[in-house]
Write a protein that binds this ligand. Structure first.
Ligand code: ZN
Length: 685
């Protein structure tokens, strides 16, 4: 590993911050924190922290000694001075005299001594930084160091590699006790360049930002050299894989269904996860290894990963294309076993806790699929992504640890202590979960007014989205603005629909709600109509709905979690308008299609419902159509749009609200909801 310190860059940043009145050392602290945070081999998703001790003026203008330490919620890769809140140092140092300090009291003291009361919470490792009488302190969970400290004889190896230049701290849970322990180890020999924390990570010290940073790079390089001395990376002897390994798109919905639990409060509801797939030669070598059952089930490589990935991943059987039914059975059995073991682990360890802990959901956050790769899982795409990053990193660490000797993790009790830390427990239940959290919605005709409004409504309700539209540019732009998956697809093309669902499954894990919305109006007097036009309209306004619903049902049944099929029908299906035969006829067939799906798949928990909207601006009604119709009736455009019982114009957002209602109405199927401002002739009876 090479130092990325660059004097020109460092000075430029310091000069830029100086204009904003930021202390030079704080600016350089920001610079080297970013260097650390930008390398995933050093720091991953909040897995490290840095500090500097300064003299700053408080709000009254008095000079005080402070510790500027990484604040929670900031990512080191793009940290700013505001991400290193200043805490008065003297009160922090006083704490060292205490015998015991509860975690929540520690947080309170730290907050109470912030120079800026509006600043973020200082890191949970703040006291460790404070108790060390050195100016710059850098902390990472560097991969190479973890490969050394996660060994049965890790301490011996570290003493050889670091030869007295680093103090060795035995494992203690982060917080007050670790801070005191680390300070005591430092005081044995204050000349050390840093501390190695067994089963946890590394600290380095410096009189300036560059020294602390470059000592980190040198120490990690020494660990890398020690790993390389063992020769080439160990290749795990592999199992024999099925001749044809199943695709990610086939495997993901089965895994997703297996990794869901019933929501006990609401019949028909499940707690579901979003999936993020990863593969690489290193991942494949690991998951295909004959001993994967041993080395993958030992535990996390550094304790704070347990909050993101749980202690161990779910291990799947190799998925065989020729026998997906067997894989389905085996995957569900494997997940059931995982859930049972997790519940037993919680009960066993919680028995010692006073007050008792609140159980987290028992679902895995990482799954290993031999022949394919790994899946990160989470309640959102973001969480799944973090779990996948950490899992990929853990594979690198464990692979090297196994090359060096034998990977060893903390005991179950110590991992439980971390997973159920009071500071983590305090965060539970603070933010109410959104109604569609963990769910995946696929919306067709997404680039149109109703499709886009529905996409926004579903995104705001917490769903992850796959947006489908024929207009590639428009759907990609919309998807990007909503953080969604954008899929260019013509729903009248069987192969394209199949591919869109496969992509949705591969990228997100499956599908829970489908809004079959794509449609277009064809006009013509029914007695003089060319068959070609009627067939064209049937292709889009009926067959496309059937094609999309059929593909959705296949995925939903593989998951076994029910689902919602929602169709944009039209008031035309009930109340035909003159010259709208080519549009109304297939829509009437689609209305029957909704009922057919409701009838045949209710047993699978799959609901089928329709929304009948009318007179929605920039839906099917173009500007010209509105103008000509208003003129034909001798009313203003506005009066035309409000020509309903309530006298109110119907918007795309009103239609979206009806779809959203049906996505969550677990006891309703075969229903049609009218969104037309009131039209007795179109009322259902
Ligand atoms: Zn740490």
């Amino acid at each position: 590993m090479k130092s990325r310190w660059n004097d020109d860059e460092a000075e430029a940043l310091a000069a830029r911050y100086a204009q904003q009145g930021v202390d030079r050392d704080l600016a350089l602290r920001v610079y080297s924190s970013r260097l650390l945070g930008q390398d995933p081999r050093l720091v991953l998703h909040g897995g490290g922290n840095t500090s500097v001790k300064l003299r700053l003026r408080d709000l009254l203008g008095d000079e005080v000694d402070v510790l500027c330490v990484k604040g929670s919620g900031w990512d080191m890769a793009n940290i700013e001075p505001a991400g290193l809140p200043a805490v008065r140092l003297a009160p922090l140092l006083k704490l060292r005299a205490l015998n015991h300090l509860a975690d929540d009291d520690m947080v309170r003291v730290q907050r109470a001594n912030l120079l800026d009361p509006g600043a973020p919470n200082p890191s949970v490792e703040t006291l460790l930084h404070a108790f060390l009488p050195v100016r710059f302190v850098d902390h990472t969970h560097a991969n190479a160091v973890l490969s050394l400290v996660d060994q049965p004889d890790g301490e011996k190896i570290c003493r050889e590699v670091y030869d007295g230049r680093f103090g060795i701290v035995p494992y203690v849970m982060p917080g007050f006790d670790l801070a005191k322990k680390a300070a005591r180890v430092f005081e044995i020999d204050p000349r050390v360049e840093g501390l190695i924390l067994m089963k946890h990570g590394i600290f380095t010290f410096g009189a300036d930002a560059r020294e602390a940073y470059e000592r980190m790079i040198a120490a990690v390089s020494a660990a890398e050299a020690r790993i390389q001395k063992k020769g080439t990376r160990r290749v795990f002897p592999a199992i024999t894989l099925p001749q044809r390994v199943a695709t990610i798109a086939d495997v993901a919905p089965i895994l997703r269904g297996a990794c869901a639990v019933k929501d006990e409060r609401i019949e028909g509801a499940y707690r579901r996860l979003i999936l993020e797939f990863r593969s690489s030669p290193a991942i494949l070598a690991y998951v295909n290894g004959r001993e994967v059952m041993r080395y993958s089930q030992i535990g996390v490589v550094t304790p704070d990963h347990t909050i993101r990935t749980k202690n161990v991943p779910l291990l799947l059987p190799p998925p065989d294309t020729a026998n997906l039914t067997q894989f389905h059975k085996d995957a569900f059995a494997a997940a059931k076993g995982f859930i049972e073991r997790y519940r037993a682990y919680f009960a066993r360890n919680n028995a010692r806790c006073d007050p008792p802990k609140r159980a987290l959901d028992p679902l895995p956050r990482v799954a290993l699929a031999p022949g394919l790769g790994l899946f990160g899982m989470g309640r959102s795409r973001q969480e799944a992504n973090v779990a996948a990053d950490i899992a990929e990193n853990a594979i690198a660490v464990i692979t090297d640890a196994e090359a060096l000797g034998r990977f060893e993790a903390l005991s179950e009790a110590k991992l439980f202590e971390m997973e159920y830390w009071s500071l983590e427990q305090a965060k539970l239940g603070k933010a109410a979960e959104k109604p569609l959290a963990g769910q995946i919605a696929l919306i067709t005709g997404a680039a149109g007014a109703i499709g886009a409004a529905t996409a926004r409504a579903f995104r705001d309700a917490g769903a992850e989205l796959a947006l489908v539209d024929k207009d590639k540019k428009a759907v990609e732009a919309l998807a990007q603005s909503l953080g969604a998956l954008g899929l260019a697809c013509d729903v009248t093309d069987d192969g394209a629909v199949h591919a869109a669902f496969a992509e949705c499954c591969a990228a997100l894990g499956g599908v829970d709600v489908v809004v079959s919305n794509a449609g277009a109006a064809w006009q013509g007097a029914i007695g003089e109509l060319d068959d070609k036009i009627l067939r064209q309209s049937f292709e889009l306004n009926f067959f496309a709905h059937q094609r999309v619903a059929r593909a959705a049902v296949k995925v939903m049944r593989a998951q076994g979690l029910g689902g919602a099929l929602l169709f944009n029908v039209s008031k035309q299906a009930i109340n035909p308008g003159a010259d709208f035969g080519p549009y109304g006829l297939p829509k009437a067939a689609t209305l029957l299609l909704v009922r057919q799906y409701a009838l045949e798949y209710g047993k699978d928990g799959i609901r089928a419902n329709a929304v009948n909207a009318d007179r929605v601006r920039s839906g099917l009604l173009t500007k010209d159509m509105i103008a000509s119709r208003a003129m034909a009736r001798g009313v203003s455009e506005q009066d035309y749009m409000r020509g309903n019982l309530l006298g109110r114009e119907v918007t795309a957002a009103d239609v979206a609200a009806a779809f959203l209602y049906h996505a969550t109405a677990l006891k309703t199927t075969g229903d049609v909801t009218t969104v037309d401002g009131g039209n007795i002739a179109a009322a259902l009876r």
